[in-house]
Design a protein around this ligand. Structure first.
Ligand code: DGI
Ligand code: FE
Ligand code: FE
Ligand code: FE
Length: 188
């Protein structure tokens, strides 16, 4: 079992400095959201630390890991940006010795979302949208919503991703639409 300090060294060594600063932002934001909404801050910190560990792996390596270990083959039919989340969860479990399923799932679903997201899933996914280094149209509105309504803020985050994909004429991973639908049903 690795210490937090060891995990920080292992993760930060796999990405450029700018991406590591993003991860630090997601850690800080996840811990603060965890305190606000009653999740375990230590789990939030750990999931955030691990969430983008595979983001800068060469795509050939990401595809190879997916195929070699038979990870969620359906993902290969969608945007390659989705792979790093699945691989992050796999590597965290197999190589970093993380056994906490809540943490592993928060990593696995941080990009796509899923139906009936757990509190920890929501926190890491939302923190990924609003950490201090993020700067995209609409991010301040999501930051404001995040102060009092976790689900509304995350819906707004998914809206921005889905709008972006539509504008670019890109394919949409159905799980993201399912995640958004599920969050909207939770509001009612
Ligand atoms: O890894 P990060 O850059 O921190 O953020 P992320 O893991 O949320 O990756 C988001 C990227 O994935 C973003 O550029 C949009 C892209 N993407 C492509 N297809 C989909 C998608 N994101 C979602 N949620 N759903 C998709 O279908
Ligand atoms: Fe990511
Ligand atoms: Fe995200
Ligand atoms: Fe991220």
């Amino acid at each position: 079992k690795y210490s937090r300090e060891q995990l920080i060294t292992m993760v930060s060594g796999q990405m450029p400095e700018k991406r590591w600063r993003h991860v630090e932002g997601v850690m800080t934001t996840s811990v603060s959201l965890a305190k606000r909404y009653g999740a375990d801050p230590e789990k939030a910190d750990l999931a955030a630390l691990l969430h983008d560990l595979a983001k800068f792996w060469p795509m050939e390596r990401q595809e190879a890991v997916m195929l070699e270990h038979g990870l969620q083959p359906e993902l290969l039919q969608y945007d390659r940006q989705l792979l790093h989340a699945e691989i992050g969860a796999y590597v965290a479990e197999q190589e970093y010795g993380i056994r906490d399923e809540e943490v592993l799932n928060a990593v696995r679903y941080h990009t796509s979302g899923r139906e009936q997201m757990t509190l920890l899933d929501k926190i890491v996914c939302l923190a990924d949208y609003i950490e201090p280094g993020r700067n995209f149209p609409g991010v301040d509105q999501i930051r404001e919503l995040a102060e009092h309504n976790l689900e509304k803020a995350l819906i707004c985050g998914f809206d921005s991703t889905i709008s972006f994909l539509l504008q670019q004429g890109k394919i949409i991973f159905p799980l993201t639409v399912i995640a958004r639908n599920s969050l909207i049903r939770e509001l009612n």
